[in-house]
Design a protein around this ligand. Structure first.
Ligand code: ATP
Ligand code: FE2
Length: 329
């Protein structure tokens, strides 16, 4: 039987809505991002943005999917982790819709959704997952009914490091794509602090050093090239160790920074060395969007996991390994 899920995402500055069916078809996947000002994201402004654009975006997603609201069997929403005001606005919209349509509600962990949409697209069974975005940088592997974080950043996420550096040198937000373009023109490597401690890594020292090199007049393309080689190198080292430790034969790259060609190239290379299969999520499923929430909502619902309205309170600090994964064997 076909199950159609409306997925709503709104953990940070983007609001997204998507319609996905339980055969894994994405029928629509729309999002709208609030452009943060020079000071970064303001949670309250972002939540107001969601309240403003949300209803129309959801309505457009339904229209684009070629269905009517009555065809929706399930509403899934990003329950956490994220910014409190954004999560609350998103949850309010989701609850209202589930009640109005008289359909079940499912709260989804945003980080787990990034993993699950990658598994869906790749058909991978049990990958080591590199999840890299503006707010997260984690190397994850499934063990004992949980997605365990094998390694992660000890301070800022890689995407945050790229965006902060970009803002410092006058690039518009998000800076990741611009840094990638600059880096292609760079060739001279400038040493930056490479910081891997056990399975964890860190970026704040590297960011400060890159800002100093910029102040000293280092050409931007060379600097962007050096930032990518050093920053992605740390992720690749930890991912390689996770593959070696766990013996898993699949490597998955997901999250907004998965759009970066150079990072993907490094991970593809290491997967090859370890005779592992490799998949990078496609650009439309890499960043924050509702399709990943809808798909994970379907997985949870099909395994008897739905969220009563009273239990739908948001979880701003929901860790990836906190949720028991009952849809995997
Ligand atoms: P999360 O809540 O999962 O932390 P997020 O709010 O950061 O996600 P995403 O869309 O997953 O949102 O990721 C956005 C990040 O991806 C930004 O930091 C952006 O600079 C980065 N990014 C996008 N494209 C590229 C690219 N081509 N190269 C490097 N970084 C990129
Ligand atoms: Fe995300």
């Amino acid at each position: 039987m076909t199950l159609t899920c409306l997925g709503i995402e709104g953990t940070a500055h983007s609001f997204g809505a998507a319609l996905v069916t339980n055969d894994g078809t994405v029928h629509s996947n729309l999002w709208d991002m609030l452009q943060p000002d020079s000071g970064g994201i303001h949670p309250r402004e972002a939540s107001q943005h969601h309240a403003q654009v949300g209803p129309e975006l959801i309505s457009n997603a339904i229209t684009q999917a070629g269905i009517s609201p009555e065809d929706i069997d399930l509403v899934a929403f990003s329950q956490g982790p994220g910014l409190g005001p954004c999560l609350r606005t998103t949850a309010t919209i989701a609850r209202a819709l589930a009640l109005t349509l008289s359909v079940p509600l499912v709260g989804v962990n945003h980080c787990i959704a990034h993993i699950e949409i990658g598994r869906m697209e790749s058909n991978f069974i049990d990958p080591v997952t590199v999840y890299v975005s503006g707010g997260n940088s984690q190397i994850i592997a499934y063990a004992g009914k949980r997605y365990r974080t094998f390694g992660e950043t000890l301070d800022i996420a890689i995407g945050n490091m790229l965006d902060t550096f970009g803002r410092y040198v006058g690039m518009p937000f998000p800076a990741g794509p611009r840094i990638e373009i600059e880096a292609r023109q760079g060739s001279e490597y400038h040493t930056l602090p490479y910081s891997v401690k056990g399975m964890d890594f860190s970026y704040s020292g590297m960011l400060t050093a890159a800002q100093r090199l910029h102040d000293e007049g280092t050409p931007l393309p060379d600097l962007c090239y050096s930032i990518q080689e050093t920053g992605f190198g740390m992720i690749a080292e930890v991912a390689e160790r996770a593959i070696a430790h766990t013996g898993k034969k699949e490597l998955l790259l997901t999250g907004g920074v998965a759009r970066n060609e150079r990072l993907s190239q490094m991970l593809a290379g290491l997967a090859k060395r370890h005779s592992s299969r490799y998949h990078r999520v496609s650009p439309s499923l890499a960043g924050d969007q509702g399709a990943m929430i809808a798909w994970t909502g379907i997985l949870q619902y099909e395994h008897g996991n739905q969220t009563a309205i009273e239990e739908s309170v948001v979880i701003p600090k929901w860790r990836t390994d906190e949720q028991e994964i009952n849809w995997r064997t």
